[in-house]
Design a protein around this ligand. Sequence first.
Ligand SMILES: Cc1cc2nc3c(=O)[nH]c(=O)nc-3n(C[C@H](O)[C@H](O)[C@H](O)COP(=O)(O)O)c2cc1C
Length: 158
Amino acid sequence: MSINGRSFRNALGRFATGVCVITRSTADGRNVGMTANSFASVSLDPPLVLWSIQNSSDLFADYTAAGRFAINVLALEQAHMSHTYARKGDHLLDPEHCKPGRHGTPLIRNALASFECDLFATHPGGDHTIIVGKVRDLDHRPTGKPLLFSAGAYGELH
Ligand SMILES: Cc1cc2nc3c(=O)[nH]c(=O)nc-3n(C[C@H](O)[C@H](O)[C@H](O)COP(=O)(O)O)c2cc1C
């Protein structure tokens, strides 16, 4: 059976997720962020997480290079950051949105959780590449609602 692209997207959209901004300091010194909802936990020992990036992304080389990145889980009131860092050509981090992490990675201020990772592995995944990170440090706050994403729209937990 051949899979219709529209149906595939619509069916995938029924899986509700949180929303993250993946942050990184690039080799040429830019602080960048990209909105992603492909985040998943992988392993507890060692502590591994993953997300996937479109191979066609302008930031592909930056995010697949060896080094550190951070996965920041957005709170409900941070939906504007999800919009901002999903815009093509607009990935430079607003200094007001971030703070320095303990290991040199920019982190999103007031995120529900931030995972500072070393690039552990990349795996081919069709038109995306799976990026596996080894968590070096983390930070989380116990209060605050997560920003949800489902069927192409943002939502909240009730
Ligand atoms: C809620 C949401 C989730 C997204 N998740 C991903 C993702 O997991 N991986 C990805 O490569 N792009 C994802 N995107 C798209 C990127 O944020 C962004 O639109 C895209 O990277 C823009 O193209 P550029 O990377 O060439 O600038 C998502 C966008 C939104 C709004």
